[in-house]
Design a binder for this molecule. Structure first.
Ligand code: ZN
Length: 411
């Protein structure tokens, strides 16, 4: 692979409120080799970034790449072949928005991950949980009230977000099967949800002993648990059980946020999805009962950002969009920018997310030894976060693993 030397690169990586002074960045093969004021390379192709901003490739820590349609019950019934091809399209579009790594928190299997690594399609790096674990009647149980068919034990469809398991034996087995199947971490549904039919938001998912058993299984495999949670009570019991990654957190209160921060947990707010489920959900097949539930968590979401910032709870970037709403993935930057400083919003999609994904130093940073996952932005996103929106219109260059994914004239 050829080497590339970026010159006059002002780096924005979320670690400071202003762009750094211009440096040179040498990329060799798939890796950033050197970042300094005076890098020289006789063979590298030089790209002058004067007037532009260089950022590490973005990281979205909460996506569902298999969610081709918003009605998740319907998505789970689609043939695997169709789901797989649609997910490649969804991932390509994510990459073209500048997301070079995404963490799938329910649905994607190791086959999809392997496909991204084989590199025949343009996709972000993919970190997966496999199927999310849900109790009967929980957030990944899409059987309606009158559907009493038993849940499948094996052979879960690719389009299914999760799998149902109840009791200590079953939750341990499910966690072990996901880890055996290549899950990088374990996702659980520990609270009611919007998209599922029979669980109000306040429902608590899994008993405390089930939560602790799943956390133990994750620890035994050297990894962590991520939980779908909205209410303060649900978040608190997850934190106390040792859950590390707290998804959504719309209704979190100050004391719980402080406890979570003291335990080193990370929150992953996903505000954009509630906005879009209300505005676009009904016409895209999101069931009316589900739209009604969204309002409960939507209004509290903005306030949760202030609560978590105050408590010093780290926040990673999450979008959690479904079906045709995936195109709004980057709008989370703008929504969070209304409540938080721009560099903190950017940090959520760079080093904070990298640490959560356990890829610190490898992604989310422009530093020697990191993967050469880079984007060039026309202008300074610290003064205008919307430069990261509009499907990459203001991102003329995207590089993943040292290879150009997008490169239009920088003139
Ligand atoms: Zn989700």
């Amino acid at each position: 692979m050829a080497s590339t030397l970026f010159t006059n690169a002002r780096i924005v990586d979320g670690t400071a409120p202003e762009a750094g002074s211009p440096v040179s960045v040498l990329v060799e093969g798939g890796t950033i080799r050197e970042v300094s004021k005076s890098v020289a390379s006789a063979k590298a192709k030089v790209i002058d970034l004067r007037g532009k901003t260089l950022m590490p490739g973005l990281i979205d820590a909460h996506v569902h790449v298999i969610a081709g349609v918003a009605d998740l019950g319907r998505n789970a019934a689609l043939p695997d072949s169709l789901v797989a091809v649609r997910s490649l399209v969804i991932m390509r579009d994510m990459l073209m928005r500048g997301f070079t790594t995404v963490r799938d928190v329910g649905g994607a299997d190791f086959g999809l991950k392997q496909a991204t690594e084989e590199g025949n399609f343009p996709t972000p790096r993919l970190v997966i949980s496999g199927k999310a674990l849900s109790q009967t009647g929980g957030h990944a149980d899409f059987r309606g009230r009158y559907d009493d068919r038993s849940t499948p034990v094996t052979g879960h469809k690719l389009g299914a977000l999760g799998r149902v398991c109840d009791g200590l034996d079953q939750v341990r087995r499910a966690a072990r099967e996901e880890i055996k199947g290549g899950a990088d971490f374990i996702k659980i549904m520990a609270n009611g949800g919007c998209a599922s039919p029979t669980d109000p938001i306040h429902f608590l998912g899994f008993s405390v002993s089930e939560l602790e058993a799943i956390v133990e299984e994750a620890r035994m495999a050297g990894t962590y648990v991520s939980a779908h949670v909205y209410t303060d009570e649900a978040i608190r019991r997850c934190v106390e059980a040792g859950v590390h990654s707290l998804e959504h957190c719309n209704l979190i209160e100050a004391e719980t946020a402080k406890l979570a921060a003291s335990k080193g947990a990370v929150a992953v707010p996903t505000l954009v999805t509630y906005d879009k489920l209300v505005s676009d959900g009904p016409k895209l097949g999101f069931p009316p009962d589900s739209v009604a539930k969204v309002d409960v968590v939507r209004s509290a979401g903005m306030n949760s950002l202030a609560v978590m910032k105050q408590a010093g709870l780290a926040m990673a970037y999450g979008s959690d969009l479904l079906g045709e709403m995936h195109k709004y993935q980057s709008e989370e930057f703008v929504i969070r920018g209304r409540a938080l400083p721009a560099h903190e919003v950017i940090a959520s999609a760079t080093h904070v997310a990298a640490k959560l994904l356990r890829l610190e130093g490898k992604i989310g940073t422009v530093a020697a030894g990191a993967h050469a996952d880079l984007i060039v932005v026309d202008g300074d996103p610290l003064t205008d976060l919307s430069l990261l929106t509009r499907q990459g219109r203001h991102i003329p260059l995207i590089m993943k693993g040292g290879a150009f994914v997008k490169r239009v004239s920088l003139g």
